[in-house]
Design a protein. Structure first.
Length: 200
């Protein structure tokens, strides 16, 4: 079975491939967007991670006739009522300006005491079939917001995020260490049984 992954991020493909390998699912071929029939990129204007993941997965399944998996993820800070949330990538106005996003978030949280700096990375994954079946899963990686960036690995808010039980920031962990515990890995793992049933 071919399964469209609505992303061109090779890390996302590798992460899902590792999860399928661990579950001994060998009859699924992951197809990145770059290898699928081209279609217009949908506008991610949902109010929640689930909304945006479903927008992407529905568009992929409809356009290609393949089952499609998509994710939407970001950082949820308790003190900010779950924001930046779906606005994580464009928190400072532009899209994907990690430095500006981190600087703005640090400024907004500068006077907040350590005991109120709880945060979590959240990923919602949606799998949609051409027949219209929809499955949505959520993974959370709890932790706290640091007061200054630490580490050079990863991207986004990784330098500001200290996972629960860790002395390091997410940006001080290796990619493999992060994948083993990450929010996206946790959400994808919950789709294993669905993928297995579709492939059999």
């Amino acid at each position: 079975m071919q399964l469209l992954v609505a992303s061109n991020n090779p890390k996302k493909l590798r992460e899902l491939q590792r999860i399928l390998d661990a579950a001994e699912i060998t009859n699924v071929e992951l197809v990145p967007l770059s290898k699928a029939r081209a279609y217009p990129e949908p506008v991610e204007d949902g109010g929640t991670f689930a909304d945006n993941a479903l927008i992407k997965a529905r568009a992929g399944a409809q356009a290609t006739g393949l089952a499609c998996v998509a994710d939407d993820s970001g950082l949820a800070v308790e003190e900010l009522n779950g924001m930046p949330g779906v606005l994580s990538a464009r928190w400072s106005g532009g899209h994907g300006d990690d430095d500006a996003n981190n600087e703005l978030l640090l400024g907004q949280m500068s006077h907040v005491p350590d005991e109120r700096r709880a945060a979590a990375f959240v990923s919602v994954c949606a799998l949609v079939t051409p027949a219209g079946q929809e499955h949505v899963t959520e993974g959370r990686w709890p932790g706290r917001l640091l007061r200054e960036p630490r580490g050079v690995n990863g991207f986004g808010y990784d330098p500001l995020f200290q996972p629960a039980g860790e002395e390091r920031s997410a940006a001080e962990m290796s990619a493999d260490e992060k994948d083993a515990v990450s929010h996206r890995g946790r959400a994808l793992a919950q789709l294993v049984d669905v993928i297995r049933r579709l492939a059999d």
